[in-house]
Design a protein around this ligand. Structure first.
Ligand code: HEM
Length: 164
């Protein structure tokens, strides 16, 4: 009897993890082409197809594309690993959704910082350089970018620790 209830509980976890995997994978199918199109736009700009394209916009798109692609594939990899592992161990579904929600907050902050604030430091975002932008982007954009990365760092650390 105990064995049966443990098996049923295990199957419930797998079904819930499956939902989460489907949501993440659905988002990946939407976000990957968008981020890829940003890359395509960058190539067109580099090929001088849009000669008047402002350089500061190029760099903010570069920043969003770079951090977006790397983050997206980290998340998709994590969710696939959790799905496979859930057949053997029980990752907390609550923690996974918590990380999902926090990831959305972090990504929203990154989008506001790059598209709204034109933050364009790419990987050179460590203090103090991004606060010396020659007034190309405001300091609040740097603040939001760093807070966004911090939120993602917390979300993913909690996620990884739970899976470990
Ligand atoms: C889908 C097709 C893709 C296109 C058309 C594309 C295009 C580009 C272009 C034009 C750049 C600017 C290169 C430069 O510095 O001159 C770039 C940068 C970059 N891309 Fe992509 N890319 C694509 C997919 C990816 C993927 C799958 C990843 C990672 C998983 C990725 C990660 C990056 C990173 C990290 C940078 C550098 C960002 C920075 O310097 O701050 N890209 N991409």
């Amino acid at each position: 009897m105990a064995e049966i209830s443990i098996k049923i509980a295990g199957e419930e976890v797998t079904a819930k993890v499956k939902n989460l995997t489907l949501v993440w994978t659905g988002l990946t199918f939407i976000l990957f082409p968008i981020l890829g199109l940003l890359g395509f736009l960058m190539r067109l700009v580099q090929g001088n197809v849009f000669p008047a394209f402002p350089p500061e916009w190029f760099y903010s798109i570069l920043t969003l594309h770079g951090v977006g692609m790397v983050g997206l594939w980290f998340v998709e990899g994590m969710t696939a690993v959790i799905y496979l592992l859930s057949k053997y161990v029980k990752p907390s579904v609550g923690v996974s959704w918590f990380s999902f929600a926090l990831t959305l907050v972090g990504v929203a902050l990154l989008i506001i910082s790059t598209i709204g604030g034109r933050f364009g430091a790419g990987w050179y975002f460590l203090y103090p350089l991004p606060y010396k932008s020659a007034e190309i982007w405001p300091n609040w954009a740097t603040d939001l970018y760093l807070i966004g990365l911090g939120v993602l760092g917390i979300a993913w650390t909690v996620w990884v620790i739970d899976v470990l």
